[in-house]
Design a protein around this ligand. Structure first.
Ligand code: FAD
Length: 462
């Protein structure tokens, strides 16, 4: 097939647009969040309907073009774009329909967290999502999804009630507890391995619209003391609060004195969803511990969800490694306080998420999520830099941080959404043998030719 016939075939009956090299919108369409990724697809199908997605998948399979599926474009690995292949771009399918009575939201696969939160918050409702609002809901959900609400309401997948999926043969199927339950199990943690999800249905919870923030910052010299305090506090937090620890540079924000702007150090952030009185009680020991500065304030939930957006803007150069830790032992704290001062880019950051409470309720095999359902910390060593040269320095820092903490990581699993590189052995280890085999069997049933492989790929069982 020539490129002209590829385009002509796809354009017939397509409601979206098809871009090829040389078209005005081609460079915009192939760009991803990670500015390091520079791939040139042969075609980009910018879908606007489920029919478009099915047509694009069929064309890719029939013509032997490698497929890349793009939701929000935020995978660190850039899996959602492909050299010489067919990029199926879902970003225009970003509708969110909320039923405030049934407390559900039906969401298109191109929606961002901002789209989802914006629509649900009009009714004082929300579903747990990530902590940066321009992230896509699709990739985030398929890998698991956690954020400020996870302590109270679990992972994003714990609130997924159904999905529509286009399979490799172009068929549309439903995945839910009642229909294709094996597929429904697999897409809750198994990533985009099984087909293209064209809609996600979530259960919603009452949240906000006002919530409470408590952010406390200590300089490098006080990192050890701060982390020892935090390991006492984090496990005692009620489900009405979410927590994150971060090794970072102080932001140049209005609530930070200019003399502290960009100062390296550690932050502990509590998002409170209970009463102001409860929040005041939760943050009191942190205030007493003498941080360099603090920011304690009520804010809209959508403000909380977007307050870290500028720390990871679109087009920035990025790389990450991550692992899960059962405890913040003295050894772990020593590694962290040795490594944080060594980062080179002021934008590089070690966010560490506390998973607890409702996260631990589902059984280990209820979903395909790639980590144990016990209280833990998810530590992420994110190299983020304005230039590729600086990124290279912190890529080494990120890998070194990971290697140094690996001996302390135990077997709590790995979050597949925090892998910047596809490493088959790590993907297998992340799920564990039994879960991986179950996923591989389901992969063989729904995508035996491994058409959907630009992801944390699960090989179909032979
Ligand atoms: P994409 O790159 O579009 O897709 C990611 C993967 O999913 C690709 O393999 C793609 O092919 C596949 N895919 C996308 N859409 C579909 C679909 N509809 N059907 C089938 N496969 C599909 N995660 C958290 O849990 N919590 C956080 O707080 C968090 N914060 C983050 C902040 C930043 C700045 C970034 C970059 C990432 C963050 N993540 C977080 C990780 C995030 O969950 C993953 O990067 C996720 O893959 C992003 O999804 P996406 O749709 O934007 O990405």
């Amino acid at each position: 097939m020539t490129i002209d016939t590829d385009i002509a075939t796809l354009r017939a009956g397509f409601t979206g647009t098809v871009s090829a090299p040389g078209d005005d919108d081609y460079d915009d369409a192939r760009a991803l969040w990670n500015g390091l990724i520079d791939r040139r697809p042969r075609l980009i199908a910018r879908c606007e309907s489920v029919g478009d997605v099915a047509a694009a998948v069929r064309l890719g399979v029939d013509s032997g073009l490698e497929l890349a599926i793009r939701g929000g474009g935020h995978s660190f690995s850039g899996a959602s774009c492909v050299d010489d292949g067919l990029m199926i771009d879902l970003s225009r399918m970003n509708s969110v329909v909320v039923d405030p009575v049934a407390r559900t939201a039906v969401c298109g696969p191109g929606a961002s967290l901002a789209d989802l939160d914006g629509a649900t918050q009009q009714h004082g409702l929300a579903v747990p999502g990530g902590t940066i609002s321009h992230t896509g809901i699709a990739g985030l959900t398929l890998g698991g999804g956690f954020g400020w609400l996870t302590n109270g309401h679990g992972l994003t997948i714990d609130n997924l009630t159904g999905a529509d999926v286009i399979l490799a043969d172009g068929r549309l199927v439903r995945a839910s507890a009642e229909e294709n339950p094996d597929l429904f199990w697999a897409i809750r943690g198994g990533g985009g391995n099984f087909g293209v999800v064209t809609s996600f249905e979530y259960r919603l919870h009452e949240v906000g619209p006002m919530v409470n923030l408590g952010m406390f910052f200590w300089d490098l010299d006080h990192g050890g003391d701060m982390l020892r305090l935090v390991r006492e506090i984090a496990p005692t937090l009620p489900r009405s609060a979410g927590a994150m620890i971060a090794g970072l540079n102080a932001p140049p924000a209005p609530f930070v004195a200019p003399k502290h702007h960009f100062k390296p150090g550690y932050a502990f952030i509590i998002a409170g969803f209970g009463s102001p009185e409860e929040h005041a009680r939760l943050v009191a020991p942190l205030r007493d511990a003498g941080p360099l500065f603090e920011f304690v304030t009520p804010m809209p939930y959508v403000g909380l969800q977007s307050m870290l957006d500028d720390s990871a803007p679109w087009g920035i150069n990025a790389y990450e490694k991550a692992l899960n830790l059962d405890e913040l032992t003295d050894d772990v704290i020593s590694v962290i306080t040795e490594m944080i001062p060594l980062k080179n880019s002021p934008m590089s950051i070690m966010p560490m998420f506390r998973l607890d409470g409702a996260y631990c309720e589902p059984g280990e095999d209820d979903t395909a999520f790639s980590a144990r359902r016990t209280p833990m910390y998810v530590a992420n060593f994110a190299a983020v830099a304005p230039t590729p040269d600086l990124l290279e320095l912190d890529r080494a820092w990120s890998r070194g941080f990971y290697e140094a903490l690996l001996p302390h990581a135990g077997d709590a699993g790995v979050y597949v959404n925090f892998m910047a590189e596809y490493e088959e052995d790590r993907v297998r280890a992340a799920y564990g043998q039994a879960k991986y085999q179950r996923l591989a069997r389901i992969k063989a049933a729904y995508d035996p030719a491994n058409v959907f492989h630009r992801n944390m790929n699960i090989k179909p069982e032979a």
